[in-house]
Design a binder for this molecule. Structure first.
Ligand code: 3HC
Length: 314
């Protein structure tokens, strides 16, 4: 078959809802889009450990510390899981890590904001993991087998992340006036960046035509965003918190919560590397890479020795 016939057959397979597996033929751009999205997703998981890790030693109780430790460890596992999913497309891990450390690769905009109080840990679990769940349950229906299956596993753990975050926010919002103010301040700072993390509007999204035609994303950024908003606004109200949007209103006809204008200039400033913490996050990853090099070299040397021994014994 020539390429046109192959692409036609490939699209028919996608349209019939069948999964594409690693060893099958795929259009080069299908591979490129997936490599881009999965590697950025993996980077997001690893960089996302930094703002939360900042509060492990300062958690207000042993229970909160244990829960946060478990969450941050989960994120590391998600990152490794997603790097492995990206490797099924032919890119190797070192290349992906080099792309991140050199600043060439993107990771989620949301992790370029500081965690200024304990309530931020609640806001991240509730809002950031909440937005990620809505997006990832959509991606779990995607056409690429290894990625969609990774999403099923990750979403189960994200649900725990989301619940523990909302529990922190609910308790603070119903605690002392100072605690309620801390929770409201965190919501004020994290609400709009969480709205933006689900990607540009459908009109501005440059990859969505292709990523949706091939069912890499089965729904658009705006559809996923609306689902996140509809799910989250009632939770804020149940906790007694105020969404920082004077234009927020419920549309009885559509059944959706409508929000004010999203500040896209802020979003593009952050993803271009000029957010509050971009430099700090990259520096932390570069330091970790340098300081961890001896561990990787020792593990590689040990593995090589084991392989040599096995060859000798055979
Ligand atoms: N942060 C950084 N860059 C973003 C972004 C964000 N929040 N949203 C979009 N972009 C970038 C895209 O990567 C693209 O740039 P590129 O072509 O150079 O890669 C550009 O903005 C245009 O966006 P598009 O809508 O055209 O891009 P996509 O079709 O890829 O949609 C997306 C954006 C919805 C984020 C999609 O990439 C996606 O679903 N990615 C996988 C999920 C993911 O990465 N989630 C990270 C969230 S954090 C997380 O899960 C950790 C958990 O513990 C909370």
């Amino acid at each position: 078959m020539d390429t046109a016939e192959r692409e036609k057959k490939f699209q028919e397979k996608i349209d019939s809802g069948l999964k594409v597996e690693a060893k099958e033929w795929m259009p080069e751009n299908y591979r490129k889009q997936l490599t881009r999205m999965i590697s950025q997703h993996a980077h997001s998981e690893i960089v996302g450990m930094l703002p939360e890790g900042n509060w492990i030693t300062r958690a207000p109780s042993l229970r909160r510390k244990a829960v946060l430790l478990a969450k941050v460890q989960d994120e590391a596992g998600h990152g490794l899981y997603l790097y492995s999913a990206a490797e099924t497309l032919g890119i190797d891990r070192k290349t992906m890590i080099d792309q991140l450390l050199s600043g060439r690769a993107k990771y989620s905009s949301i992790f370029n904001y500081p965690t200024l109080s304990w309530a931020d840990i609640g806001a991240i679990g509730w809002l950031v993991d909440g937005a990620a769940i809505v997006n990832q349950t959509m991606l779990a229906r995607g056409s690429y087998g290894p990625y969609s299956r990774a999403m099923v596993r990750i979403c189960k753990e994200e649900s725990f992340h989301n619940r523990q975050g909302y529990e922190i926010m609910y308790h603070l919002a119903n605690g002392t006036p100072e605690q309620k103010a801390m929770a409201q301040d965190a919501l004020n700072r994290w609400w709009w960046p969480s709205i933006q993390m689900l990607g540009p509007s459908d009109a501005q999204s440059k990859n969505s035509e292709e990523t949706m035609r091939w069912k890499i994303k089965v729904e658009s950024n705006d559809t996923v965003r609306q689902r996140f908003i509809d799910r989250t606004v009632p939770q804020a109200h149940a906790a007694g918190l105020t969404i920082p949007d004077p234009d927020l209103k419920f549309n009885e006809e559509t059944g959706h919560w409508e929000i004010g204008e999203i500040e896209w200039t802020e979003f593009y400033r952050v993803i271009k590397g000029h957010g509050p913490c971009n430099r700090k996050r990259l520096k932390a990853r570069q330091e970790a890479e340098r300081e961890g090099r001896w561990v990787r070299e020792a593990a590689a040397a040990y593995a090589a020795k084991q392989r040599a021994r096995a060859v000798q014994a055979a």
